[in-house]
Design a protein around this ligand. Structure first.
Ligand code: SAM
Length: 221
């Protein structure tokens, strides 16, 4: 409790672990809140949670209440899952796919993700998961980073086409991206172009936090 209060003056790291995927994972008290950071960016429960929360509000509480299945690609500490369960009172099934075992253990130890009864964790590569799953989803949240880098597969035709296949009619894709340069902007534009047909509505939300851009896709037919 003392660390929580002291963290209003200075961030206090209480757990640190090397990770092959994210270089370094830190659990830190920051302004009275427990957050997860990788070496160079916030991963869960800080600015990242605000970005995804604003994406969920853009979809709307009413739309989310009608959903049955949500897929989260990239879980870390699961802050978007907590937002869905605690703030949106989402009662349907949530499946989360996370590559890093270490961060999953941290999510359970510090954020009690394993106590959420309508949440199923899967330790796997999201790129492989979308190739092989037979399930369909009403909302697919893509939030995959390896430290501050987004893996290339996220922008490849195969991944995008697999994700499209998994999305139910009237469903949404919420894609969290970080644009640090021209190359990143071009990648996002290519991602958006692959949905530019009459079947989808696309919205972009820029600078919710510095560099973040959210892409929201709705499947209308
Ligand atoms: C920004 S964090 C996710 C935060 C989370 N969505 C939340 O709401 O708190 C990015 C996560 O993507 C995971 N990741 C990176 N590559 C992955 C892959 N190929 N498949 C699944 N997860 C991956 C990282 O291990 C990291 O935990």
């Amino acid at each position: 409790m003392l660390k929580k209060w002291l963290s209003y003056i200075l961030p206090i790291t209480i757990h640190e672990k090397k990770s092959q995927i994210s270089k370094n994972i830190e659990v830190t008290w920051n302004n009275g809140k427990l957050v997860i950071d990788s070496e160079n960016t916030n991963y869960s429960y800080g600015s990242l949670q605000k970005v995804l929360r604003s994406g969920l509000y853009s979809i709307g509480k009413q739309n989310i209440a009608k959903m049955n299945t949500i897929l989260v690609l990239g879980v870390a500490g699961g802050s978007v899952i907590k937002t869905l369960v605690d703030e949106f009172q989402f009662k349907g099934e949530i499946t989360g796919v996370e590559l890093d075992k270490e961060i999953t253990a941290i999510a359970n130890q510090y954020f009690k993700l394993n106590e959420i009864t309508n949440y199923t964790p899967i330790i796997a590569d999201a790129n492989e998961f979308v190739k092989s799953t037979t399930e369909n989803f009403d909302l697919i949240i893509i939030d995959i980073f390896q430290d501050a880098t987004m893996p290339d597969f996220l922008f490849e035709k195969q991944f995008i086409s697999n994700v499209k296949e998994l999305l139910n009619l009237k469903g949404f894709i919420l894609f969290n991206t970080m644009n640090l340069d021209e190359k990143g902007i071009n990648k996002n534009n290519r991602f958006i172009a692959s949905f530019e047909t009459s079947n989808y509505i696309i919205k972009e939300f820029k600078n919710i936090e510095v560099f973040n851009e959210l892409i929201l896709v709705e499947k209308i037919s």
